[in-house]
Design a protein around this ligand. Sequence first.
Ligand SMILES: Nc1ncnc2c1ncn2[C@@H]1O[C@H](COP(=O)(O)OP(=O)(O)OP(=O)(O)O)[C@@H](O)[C@H]1O
Ligand SMILES: [Mg+2]
Length: 261
Amino acid sequence: MANNDTLLNLSEVNKQFDGLLAIADVSFHLDSGEIVSLIGPNGAGKTTILNLISGVYPPTSGEILLNGEGISGLKPYQIAKKRVARTFQSVQIFQDMTVMENVLLGLHYRLRSGFVKGMIHWPAERKEEKGAIDQAGGTLEKLGIDHLAYRKADSISLKEQRCLEIARSVVSSPCLLLLDEPAAGLNIRETEEMADIIQGLRQQGLTILLVEHDMNLVMSVAHRLIVLHHGLKIAEGSPEEIQRNPEVIKAYLGGTQSAKR
Ligand SMILES: Nc1ncnc2c1ncn2[C@@H]1O[C@H](COP(=O)(O)OP(=O)(O)OP(=O)(O)O)[C@@H](O)[C@H]1O
Ligand SMILES: [Mg+2]
């Protein structure tokens, strides 16, 4: 049940794409400081839920509240200004830019001078620029990739690129972070490191909605899980409850490689 600590609340949300009801009457909430994981088979509607929350498209019906305020129908930049950040299932970074420049992009709407203009400027802009570079550097350090700050983004590993995308999302101090399969393509050791990173972000005060297929990662970090199947929420509960839920085992956990690991 939603309560005073509720940061995000979805209520009877539907999303119709032409003939397909991709999300069917889905309701759930996130309390501040929680890590909640959204799991389910391919095509279940997980990314669609993140797209609805982040404003890629509006729900067909239903309500999405952030801190009690309706955000359905707002544009992605308006939702970003309300301190909702996200990453993407396939990493979306600017390959030709440096790691530092990519992270600075995460600050652009905060800066008055609009920094990716160049590097010459009046003192006020220079001061703002220096502040931004310090902030981006601090965020890269937290993600363990500060040593790569001046490397081109296409020259770093997939794990480092996923960390970079997270750095760009969190540099502006969001309250809610939506992660879409942050461990996809990572090996077991890298996935464990990603679990530590996610725990660290939460300890810094972030509330996290985590979409992920790697059940070791999900079960180790999530406080609660929500299971989607064909756009329907089929279960919600603690990691222990979800792992022994017969419907979830039948629809998902019984049949995935990740779940067997
Ligand atoms: N923009 C769109 N237009 C039409 N159909 C879409 C659109 N986005 C998603 N869908 C459909 O909605 C359903 C849910 O897709 P979604 O990408 O949310 O699944 P998912 O749970 O993220 O799957 P995966 O684990 O493979 O990433 C799928 O049938 C998909 O084809
Ligand atoms: Mg997806």
